[in-house]
Design a binder for this molecule. Structure first.
Ligand code: HEM
Length: 429
């Protein structure tokens, strides 16, 4: 039966506070279970609702009644929002747009990133680049004893892949691009402190200036077949936002996936052993990492009209946070959800890590190609890789981000070389 009654918010406040303080996947998994027990819609002190169930999250992503927090929505409900350059920038990306603006901004991105346009780019460019990065990292670990996989591979690799994909000049400072793109998307963490907002705003301003320069410089060079030239020639003022979208949507997410993957391989050595023997197993490991702790753990939407969700009637303007991370731990959808267990179809097809519906991630193909090549390369080049300390993480429940993961090499033990068994390659939260 549908109800329009106000939701009980007092009892939920403590639970929501615990959720906001969690960032480690096992800790979050416990809070996700509590949220699910509290009901399909959990009220927050800021008036939004948390949506922890898989089917409800899917409905929010697929039902066109739900829109994003667009510039016109912010104009009405968030006075002063234009003071934040990163928010203004994000509202020019398809991530924060509804049709018709969304359709126009998404079209060139989806076209450039389609498997057809990418052709064999994933196999001929992204995969060898991943292997190159892994080999250099293996040399670094052997020489230094310990090295940080996040700084050496997880952030530089997706940045270099996008730079190559666009045809950016060789002298572009990729480390700077990665750092600023990460700083900018921190604005998406719920209720970021003022220092983080300031840093995100500075990053957005600096990135847009740099993209304008790159587009202008490219037009002064001879014509070519590179994407940067096509975009610069087409619509330079819109293209600055295409570049902003690509790096802000593509680098932090892929870096987070690669870091979680590295963590899985060094803490569950039987996985790496099985990938060495059966390289196709890497696809299942990548899917399970995406399920276990997706890079983007929530998606925010607002109701464009009165609508029904989780057995209740919600008013127009209701904001919800669809908790993709919690949806992936929903026992109604995933068998034994708190066990890390590389799964077979149909479970991987149900993942919401790349979203669903109108905003479905167009970079899926490119991100997966890097992750699979990285997993295979890492397993092959770094047998005996181990954690040399606990991973450092970005604090907050909205996005996964291991910011530092030191790796060392240990002599192989018998458990590394035994075949993957349920006990050796799985773990519970
Ligand atoms: C593991 C890596 C990645 C993950 C987990 C991921 C996840 C997502 C998710 C969940 C969305 C939908 C957000 C929403 O519904 O509000 C999205 C959208 C998007 N992603 Fe990705 N992404 C990844 C990599 C990439 C890469 C490599 C690129 C570009 C090369 C990319 C480009 C985009 C774009 C342009 C959108 C906006 C689509 C739209 O709003 O229509 N992503 N991504």
């Amino acid at each position: 039966m549908l109800s329009t009654s106000p939701l009980e918010s007092r009892s939920a406040a403590g639970l929501v506070r615990r959720w906001r303080q969690a960032s480690e996947p096992r800790e979050l998994a416990r809070v996700y279970d509590e949220l699910r027990s509290a009901g399909p819609l959990v009220p927050t002190p800021w008036g939004a609702l948390l949506v922890p169930g898989y089917q409800d999250c899917r409905q929010v992503l697929l039902d066109r009644t739900w829109g994003t927090l667009t510039a016109s929505w912010r104009e009405r409900f968030r006075p002063g929002w234009r003071e934040s350059a990163s928010t203004v920038g994000l509202c020019q990306t398809p991530l924060q747009q509804d049709p018709p603006e969304h359709t126009a901004r998404r079209r060139p991105l989806a076209k450039a990133l389609s498997p057809r346009a990418l052709g064999d780019m994933a196999d001929s460019f992204a995969a060898p680049l991943a292997l190159e990065h892994v080999r250099a990292f293996a040399d670094e670990v052997r020489a230094e004893g310990v090295a940080d996989v996040v700084g050496s591979i997880c952030r530089p690799l997706p940045t270099a892949v996008l730079a190559g994909f666009l045809g950016l000049p060789k002298d572009v400072d990729l480390e700077w691009l990665a750092t600023e793109s990460l700083a900018m998307v921190r604005i998406e963490e719920l209720a970021s402190p003022p220092s983080v907002v300031r840093r995100a705003d500075e990053a957005a301003t600096a990135l847009l200036e740099r993209y304008d320069q790159l587009l202008a410089e490219r037009l002064r060079q001879p014509e070519g077949d590179d994407l940067l030239f096509h975009w610069a020639k087409g619509d330079p003022s819109g293209s600055r936002y295409l570049l902003l979208t690509l790096f802000s949507a593509g680098v932090p997410t892929t870096a987070a996936l690669l870091a979680s993957l590295a963590h899985a391989l060094i803490t569950r050595p039987a996985l790496a052993e099985r990938i060495r023997q059966e390289p196709d197993f890497s696809d299942r490991v990548v899917d399970e990492v995406l399920r276990w702790d997706p890079p983007g753990r929530l998606v925010t939407r607002v109701a464009g009209a009165e609508t029904e969700l989780g057995g209740r009637v919600l008013p127009e303007g209701q904001v919800v946070h669809a908790l993709i991370g919690a949806a992936h731990r929903d026992p109604a959808e995933f068998h034994d959800p708190h066990t890390f267990l590389p799964r077979q179809a149909p479970q991987p097809q149900r993942l919401l890590a790349f979203g669903s519906g109108l905003h479905y991630c167009p970079g899926t193909h490119l991100a997966r190609a890097q992750a699979v090549a990285f997993a295979r390369g890492f397993a092959a080049e770094l047998p005996g890789a181990r954690a040399a300390g606990t991973p450092e993480r970005h604090a907050g429940p909205s996005m996964t981000d291991i910011t530092r993961l030191p790796v060392t090499l240990a002599p192989p033990t018998t458990s590394d070389t035994s075949s993957t068994s349920r006990t050796s390659s799985t773990s519970t939260a």
